[in-house]
Design a protein around this ligand. Structure first.
Ligand SMILES: Nc1ncnc2c1ncn2[C@@H]1O[C@H](COP(=O)(O)OP(=O)(O)OP(=O)(O)O)[C@@H](O)[C@H]1O
Ligand SMILES: [Mg+2]
Length: 308
């Protein structure tokens, strides 16, 4: 499909007798921010490693920028993609500049292009400090921003970001996502994994993996609209005592009852009318009808293993 940056058809990746990716199919449109979500071990990084030409799939068909993945021709893919890996981003004991020089050398970027590109990318992330700072001395957020520009130094069409904000402070996470959005506006396709649901809201579409399988794929809005057939309530106990009472009664009234800070997200059991629940618990808590959050959606989909 010409308007697709990535297509994956019936992808399987096997390690010994274990399948890390099982019959996964999806496509990523050019220019979209595509979120790839799932619990630890769901198969996200393994899929990314295939799409970056780092491992050969057991079976399945993959295209990157309309070209088929062919064993032995992985270097073609490597030119098209930028990869910010989950475990390793930069050499801690090298300076910012040394890290970028090293990446430019590996990518065989000609010196005059590298120098222009570096300037452009420092401007892009708003970095105007010394480049001889050792990476280990950078704050987490800034390190990830430098890692981002290292991954796009060769100007790839598709950028894979594997948990780029893991362990980064909230304000820096937001700044990083502003860069991701800005990058997407320049026409790059972004394929990103995250465990943070607030970040997932920024994606045009989200794929959800569970035990190596793709169990949902849609826009955040559609996932929220379509996953629940029933109303979700936000319950706020009036005090500590009321909270205990509510928790004790939860199984009697609710099929879902999840704590959210001081509140609870709840769905009434099928055999009980919503009005009945409201009249029973109105004395002990405030009740508000709410739209499901992405977190609600994922809890439900992952628990049920709903098929796309
Ligand atoms: N080279 C390998 N050899 C054997 N098993 C592997 C290998 N790489 C990954 N796995 C296994 O495949 C499964 C999927 O791993 P993967 O790293 O793709 O998950 P993930 O979704 O990225 O998880 P996380 O959120 O923790 O990063 C895990 O059970 C993992 O242990
Ligand atoms: Mg991973």
């Amino acid at each position: 499909m010409p308007n697709c940056a990535v297509t994956v058809r019936n992808l399987f990746v096997q390690f010994g007798s274990f399948y890390a990716v099982k019959d996964v199919s999806f496509s990523v449109r050019r220019g979209e921010i595509f979120g790839f979500l799932g619990a630890n071990g769901a198969g996200k990084t393994t899929t990314i490693r295939v799409l970056c030409g780092l491992i050969v799939p057991t079976s399945g068909d993959v295209t990157i920028d309309s070209e088929h993945f062919i064993k032995g021709k992985e270097s073609y893919i490597k030119q098209k993609v930028g990869y910010m890996s989950q475990k390793f981003t930069l050499y801690d004991d090298l300076s910012i500049e040394e890290n970028l020089d090293f990446t430019a050398a590996i990518r065989q970027i000609p010196a005059h292009i590298y120098s222009l590109r570096k300037k452009e990318l420092f401007e892009f992330i708003g970095f105007d400090k010394r480049q001889d700072v050792i990476v280990a001395d950078l704050p987490g957020g800034q390190k990830q921003e430098i890692a981002l520009i290292a991954s796009i130094l060769h100007d790839p069409k598709i950028v894979f970001l594997d948990e780029p904000t893991a362990g980064v402070a909230p304000a820096s996470r937001m700044k990083f996502w502003n860069l991701v959005k800005k990058l997407s506006q320049t026409g790059k396709t972004i394929f990103v994994t995250t465990h943070y649901m607030d970040e997932a809201e920024n994606c045009n579409r989200i794929a959800l993996m569970r035990h190596g399988e793709l169990i949902a794929l849609d826009t955040p809005e559609n996932l929220k609209r379509n996953t629940y057939q029933k109303q979700i309530y936000l319950l706020t106990p009036k005090d500590k005592n009321c909270q205990k009472l509510l928790v004790n009664q939860s199984q009697e009234y609710f099929s879902m009852f999840e704590p959210y800070g001081q509140h609870f997200h709840a769905i009434v059991r099928d055999d009980i009318d919503d009005e009945e629940m409201i009249s029973e618990v109105a004395d002990i808590c405030h009740i508000k009808e709410i739209e499901p959050s992405l977190e609600d959606v994922f809890v439900k989909l992952v628990e049920e293993g709903v098929t796309k």
